[in-house]
Design a protein around this ligand. Structure first.
Ligand code: BGC
Length: 247
């Protein structure tokens, strides 16, 4: 059986589980440890090492990280500590854990899992855009199942502001928006996205996908839009697939 440990580093939690790469099923519980305050690189690496020890894992690790990750190096830091910029995340985490670790953008990881084992499985033809709505907005774009990595469409400017500042789940909570008001903001963003990319399908993932029934019916788009299926496991499963060379 081909397996890898998948890890999803987020603003409030660092989650991980061992994944069967053929079926996408978890072989251990999903373990969650709190992200350390400030989330500086060394402190996060220690928590990742704790998680690896707690799961008694030795082997390949895949890690989803909420920034542009170019060949293992973090190049942006929208919602994480600025010290990450320029950090060789693969090296940092490989040294901390003693296991070969391969890092990619968190939304790319979630998209990979959703395309392989989730809603994208039967819908991979053409252009598919996965958007994760959480602290920020993450994006992953696939053409006929192939990922174009590190798209950062949460930072598309809408009314002069980053889209994630207006339409992420964090924005909804910060502004205490009703679902109707939130859907209006999301609609404006998705209209812009569909006019630029003409996708066949939008997949909505991230923390807010659990409540998709509250806002998806309020949207009126040209493009078909569906909630993600794997929910909070997508990032873990996709990171494991990436590390295991399954993409
Ligand atoms: C980051 C992306 C990330 C997204 C979701 C954005 O602020 O720029 O890299 O994928 O948040 O975590």
């Amino acid at each position: 059986m081909k397996t890898a440990l998948g890890i999803d580093i987020g603003g409030s939690g660092i989650k991980g589980a061992v994944v069967d790469l053929e079926s996408g099923k978890l072989l251990t519980e999903r373990l969650r440890l709190p992200t350390p305050a400030q989330a500086k690189p060394e402190a996060v690496a220690e928590v990742v090492a704790d998680l690896v020890r707690a799961l008694r894992w030795s082997g390949v690790i895949g890690c989803g990280f909420p920034a542009v990750v170019h060949h293992g190096i973090a190049l942006t830091a929208a919602n994480v500590h600025k010290n990450w910029i320029g950090t060789d995340v693969n090296r940092l985490l490989s040294e901390a854990t003693g296991c070969p670790t391969f890092t990619l953008n968190d939304a790319d990881a979630a998209g990979i899992a959703e395309m392989r084992f989730g809603v994208g499985k039967e819908n991979s033809r053409g252009v598919v855009i996965m958007l994760t709505l959480g602290t920020g907005i993450g994006s992953a774009i696939f053409t006929d199942g192939y990922l174009v990595p590190n798209t950062e469409f949460g930072h598309l400017k809408i009314r002069g502001k980053d889209a994630e500042w207006r339409a992420s789940d964090a924005a909804r909570k910060r502004k205490k928006l009703t679902w109707k008001k939130y859907a209006k903001r999301l609609q404006e963003y998705l209209n812009e996205m569909e006019n630029l990319f003409w996708p066949d399908l939008f997949i909505i993932g991230g923390g807010l996908s659990k409540q998709a029934d509250k806002f998806l019916p309020l949207l009126s788009l040209r493009t078909r839009i569906v909630p993600a299926q794997l929910q909070n496991l997508a990032g873990i499963i996709g990171a494991a697939l990436y590390a295991g060379g399954m993409i």
